[in-house]
Design a protein around this ligand. Structure first.
Ligand code: AMP
Ligand code: MG
Length: 350
């Protein structure tokens, strides 16, 4: 009896040991795989739209490739809808009429935001400079750059047909009217809007997706790299395309830059670029590049254009713009770098 019992006990011990060892091995595997979990892989997609090169870098459990395509389609949709050079666009429809035009909710909200940024920046940002931009020849993005400086008479005439005061919005009946021959040009805000829309459609599919979407250097962050790390965005040296003057570490929000190097021509050693001062009708002077970090890309885009126009008042821009939701990093004409105190937060690696 005793012998038999002792045999069983030994057998039982072995079994317990085997189960125990297997359990430890399984737990070890679980621990190691969770510890060395492969980081999410990013799908990258690039292409031309919004009149510039756009890039989408995204990771989603719902399918990164499909999500990138959905986002790219949204960029294209916004571009087609608000491109003043596309005869079928909403902007062309508004520009070709001198009467009230009924508009959809999306267009109303966008125009309303443009007017709000115009008021906020004392008219520096102006969505109704179409005539002035056309006179300078900066309207045809696909064609070659202009090379003639308009006369003061021509600029005076174009100014009479430009300006946000000639843009009327009727919120009751959701319609818009341009008076005195004014024309819309949303080039200073449309890229930001498209980036925000691409963000929105991505989040509707997968709220946990991460990555970013970029249009000609303006960026909307979808979420932190590998779920926790910041994306590092280099701020281009406005006079040396291959070097950076600062690095921004972003896990959310957006960044936009307006610079005099983007579209310009030179006559007699003077650079004439595409960001016009609505007060003078000439390319704005004072800044050569303005970068704005904000919660969303529309704010970053509109404020970077406005900050550029107000470059001569750089102190106002760097100190006041944070109150409008944008931190500023500006390079003034003499090459000095001026920044909002709030910008420091984004310049520190976390
Ligand atoms: P951005 O690169 O965002 O600064 O936008 C520049 C584009 O905005 C130009 O190519 C014009 O289409 C348009 N634009 C030029 N001057 C102004 C201005 N003062 N306010 C708003 N948009 C402008
Ligand atoms: Mg802009």
């Amino acid at each position: 009896m005793w012998k038999k019992d002792s045999k069983n006990v030994v057998k039982l011990d072995r079994r317990i040991l085997l189960v125990g060892v297997s359990l430890v091995v399984v737990l070890l595997i679980v621990f190691l795989t969770s510890f060395f979990k492969a980081p999410p892989s990013y799908y990258e997609m690039g292409g031309f739209t919004l009149g510039t090169y756009c890039r989408i870098v995204v990771s989603s459990k719902k399918g990164s490739k499909v999500l990138a395509q959905v986002m790219f389609n949204e960029l294209e949709r916004v571009y087609k809808k608000y491109n003043p050079n596309d005869p079928s666009s909403v902007v062309s429809k508004i520009n070709n009429s001198n009467d009230w035009i009924d508009i959809d909710e999306e267009t109303f909200v966008l125009l309303d935001a443009a007017v709000r940024f115009s008021r906020l920046t004392d008219g520096a940002f102006d969505p109704a400079l179409g005539e002035l931009i056309r006179l300078w020849g900066f309207d045809k993005i696909a064609e070659k750059l202009p090379s003639r400086v308009p006369s003061s008479e021509e600029i005076g005439e174009a100014l009479k047909r430009s300006g946000v005061d000639k843009l009327e919005l009727d919120s009751q009946r959701r319609r818009v009217r341009l008076i005195d021959g004014a024309k819309l040009d949303l080039g200073g805000i449309a890229k930001g809007y498209a980036l925000d829309r691409a963000y929105q459609v991505a989040k509707e599919v997968d709220k946990d997706c991460t990555g970013f979407v970029e249009a000609g250097g303006d960026i909307r962050i979808l979420g932190p790299k590998f779920g926790s790390r910041p994306w590092v965005v280099g701020v281009r040296d406005p006079r040396k395309s291959d070097s950076a003057i600062a690095y921004l570490y972003l896990t959310s929000g957006a960044v936009a830059t307006s610079g005099d190097y983007e579209r310009y021509f030179e006559v007699g050693g003077v650079r004439y670029h595409h960001i016009l001062d609505p007060k003078t009708g000439f390319p704005a002077r004072g800044a050569i590049s303005v970068t704005v970090v904000a919660d969303n890309a529309v704010t970053a885009d509109a404020l970077s254009t406005a900050g550029f126009v107000m470059g001569a008042q750089w102190e106002y821009v760097v100190l006041e713009f944070p109150k409008f939701g944008g931190s500023v990093l500006m390079v003034t004409e003499d090459g000095s770098i001026r920044r909002s105190p709030t910008m420091v937060v984004y310049e520190q690696a976390r």
